[in-house]
Design a protein around this ligand. Structure first.
Ligand code: CTP
Length: 213
């Protein structure tokens, strides 16, 4: 299983960067739970404060570009990919070599799009590989997440609404809805560890169904 976790950091100059509030807890929980269940786990991780799990191959990255390169390499022999990382969608178009000094006027940053890593995996899907994306929304969670399922050619999206108590970035709990082609399964508030187990159960049951067909 290949798991990605945490935020990415996109440099503006040698002292500043753009990032997001991802703690990496959901991805690390998935990696821990998967290895405890006997999986061979690779964790591609952005910068986080979390203790690295044992018996997991850790690939540390900083930028979306680095995550893209690492994931392309590591996905080649993964049966399951869980992309819990909160990848920057945009990065500064130019990284200044020297610290940008303030002036009296306003300033703006020109941003360019990063590669959509999961979109790439969906387009270049390996036979039998299961792709699980994550989605964080503040409105129209099911509609937006279902659109991601289709657009990125995924098998499942684990969606959460940032505005629901107990869901989201920094906490130890989550309130997920597992969205697949056939159904939306709304889960109760639970620890990220328990949520990770439910996600893996769901993936394995879908895979088992497919093997029967
Ligand atoms: N993702 C990715 N590469 C990116 C951006 C996101 O692989 N450059 C993955 C994330 O790891 C996550 C899923 O895509 O699994 C999130 O989907 P996305 O459409 O990118 O969500 P948002 O970035 O939240 O998109 P939007 O801002 O449009 O809601």
């Amino acid at each position: 299983i290949l798991v990605t976790a945490g935020p990415t950091r996109e440099a503006i100059d040698p002292v500043r960067y753009i990032t997001n509030h991802s703690s990496g807890k959901m991805g690390y929980a998935l990696a821990r739970v998967a290895v405890a269940r006997g999986a061979d786990v690779t964790l591609v991780t952005g910068p986080t404060e979390i203790k690295k799990p044992m018996f997991v191959k850790i690939v540390p990255v900083t930028t979306a570009k680095e995550m893209f390169e690492a994931v392309k390499e590591e996905a080649a022999d993964a049966d399951i990919v869980c992309k819990a990382a909160a990848v920057a969608d945009y990065r500064p178009k130019h990284i200044a070599d020297e610290k940008v000094k303030k002036s009296d006027s306003e300033m703006s940053l020109e941003l360019e799009k990063t590669d959509d890593i999961l979109g790439y995996l969906g387009e270049h899907r390996l036979p039998g590989q299961f792709l699980c994306g994550f989605s964080m929304e503040t409105q129209n969670m099911i509609g937006n997440s279902r659109a991601k399922l289709g657009k990125k050619h995924l098998d499942m999206v684990a969606a959460n609404n940032l505005k629901v108590a107990g869901a989201g970035f920094q906490g130890d709990t989550n309130v997920l809805t597992l969205i697949t082609q056939d159904e939306d399964v709304s889960l109760q508030l639970m620890s990220k560890e328990d949520a990770a187990n439910v996600i893996l159960d769901k993936i394995l049951s879908i895979q088992k169904e497919r093997e029967k067909q």
